[in-house]
Write a protein that binds this ligand. Structure first.
Ligand code: SAH
Ligand code: SF4
Length: 429
């Protein structure tokens, strides 16, 4: 999501001022940081990075420095108090105003802060997104109303707002027409989508998916992130019903313990998660699954953690992201004592990672011998090889002519590694 937001910011600056991306900060006229505050570590990085930019600005006082994204939203004016050389502070809902803010700074060398959260008019002010490589991204909803007790997102990105279906369809079609072969619908909780349909009625996420999936030329469709609480049978079924919808789902569960899930205010229990997975596999037996986990949430006992390992064993994931709990200021969980010792968090994280690594290795090895449709994305780093993706999002390397880039061709898998596969084109070309 942040990569997408960053690319929109650069599109905007290009359109407004003809600015282009440079490789090194010392060559820039404007430096914009798009920041994350989901964990404390990400936030700490902002200030250390800013220190580097200050040195450039000491030599070139005309340099404009902006801090955007969730740290910008959360810290607001405090950033400029701590780092007075920062010209612009802006939040995730106000980056469409960047050209105007840069202009204000250029005219008067004033400091600008934009952290209000207007109803999203943002998308009306952004140029049509570009296709990078084979992939395109379309934001369908923003913000979050779920208020999981550990999470800062509802405070930094604001309430859930869904874009009208007509806008989404138009943007997807434009991406397809510009060569996108793999499109991802983005949002904090995409399956919480509730927007105006093209028939004037309110559409839910599944309805939107069917419409997007039916667009002319739509080859591969994905979405991220979905919430287990809103995982419906209709959504599970849509994986089997929409040919373009790829068999890959990221469904963060955070914990396998009902106590912890409750304390996290996730709105579901482990049994609900098992039921969703069962349904998904009923319709799409080979669906690849990934998830997010937090270890060391306040009050998480050995038994709670054992339940997480048990959930992982029962489900069998293809990949996952695991995090140590990090208290975020202003969230309900941060009021509770961060009472799982750091070394216990470390041990749990390692145990979880090693179990997930084993599972992922097994699932990778199961691909050997299969013949899969691979969308050929680019030349691989290995000389003479091409790189592509299977429908379930695995990376495959194989020998082939670079003129095949952009095509989807059958590849028989011959070897598996931790993060990728190796194969051979069925029809050598
Ligand atoms: N909307 C998505 C997740 C967005 S945040 C969902 O609900 O699934 C991405 C991930 O960061 C979360 O899934 C969670 O695993 C992790 N995360 C969020 N807040 C955290 C915190 N305070 N400490 C550690 N990890 C956190
Ligand atoms: Fe955060 Fe929960 Fe919203 Fe996800 S659903 S963004 S974890 S509050």
């Amino acid at each position: 999501m942040n990569v997408y937001d960053s690319s929109r910011m650069s599109d905007l600056m290009q359109e407004a001022y003809g600015l282009r991306i440079v490789d090194e900060p010392q060559d820039a006229d404007v430096i914009l940081m798009n920041t994350c505050s989901i964990r404390e570590k990400a936030e700490d990085k902002v200030y250390s990075e800013l220190g580097r930019y200050k040195q450039i600005k000491d030599k070139r006082p005309d340099l404009i420095i902006g801090v955007g994204g969730c740290v910008g939203q959360q810290e607001g004016d405090r950033i400029q108090k701590r780092a007075p050389y920062v010209d612009i502070v802006f939040g995730p809902q106000s980056y469409h105003r960047l050209p105007e803010m840069v202009n204000e700074v250029r005219r008067g060398r004033v400091r600008v802060t934009a952290t209000d959260m207007p109803e999203i008019e943002k998308f009306d002010h952004l140029p049509q997104p570009k296709v990078t490589g084979m992939t395109g991204y379309v934001t369908i909803m923003e913000g979050c109303d779920k208020f999981c007790t550990f999470c800062i997102v509802p405070y930094t990105r604001g309430a859930e707002i869904s874009r009208p279906a007509a806008d989404i369809l138009k943007e997807c079609q434009a991406l397809i027409d510009n060569g996108a072969k793999d499109i991802s619908l983005l949002g904090q909780n995409v399956n919480g989508y509730l927007g105006e349909g093209i028939d004037g009625k309110e559409w839910g996420f599944t309805q939107l998916l069917y419409a997007v999936g039916a667009l002319e030329g739509m080859q591969r469709l994905r979405f991220s992130t979905s919430h287990p609480m809103e995982m419906t049978t209709e959504l599970a079924e849509s994986f089997a019903e929409i040919p373009a919808l790829m068999p890959y789902l990221h469904l963060p569960v955070q914990s396998g313990s009902n106590n912890t899930l409750k304390a996290m205010h996730r709105g579901h229990q482990r049994e609900d998660y098992f039921k969703s997975i069962e349904e998904l596999r009923l319709f799409t037996p080979d669906i690849a699954l990934s998830s997010d986990f937090i270890v060391g949430f306040p009050g998480e006992s050995d038994e709670d953690f054992a339940q997480t390992l048990d959930l992982v064993k029962r489900v069998g994931f293809d990949s996952a992201f695991c995090f140590k709990y990090s208290p975020r200021p202003g969230t309900p969980a941060a009021k509770a004592e961060d009472n799982v010792a750091e070394d216990v968090k470390d041990v749990r994280l390692q145990a979880l990672l090693s179990l997930l690594r084993e599972q992922s290795k097994t699932r990778m090895a199961q691909q050997i011998g299969k013949t899969l449709d691979v969308l050929i994305e680019k030349k691989s780093k290995n000389e003479g090889d091409l790189q592509g993706r299977t429908p379930d999002f695995r990376i495959v390397h194989f020998k082939g002519n670079p003129r095949l880039i952009g095509q989807t061709l059958a590849v028989t898998i011959t070897e598996s590694y931790a993060m990728s596969l190796r194969g051979e084109l069925v029809i050598a070309a």
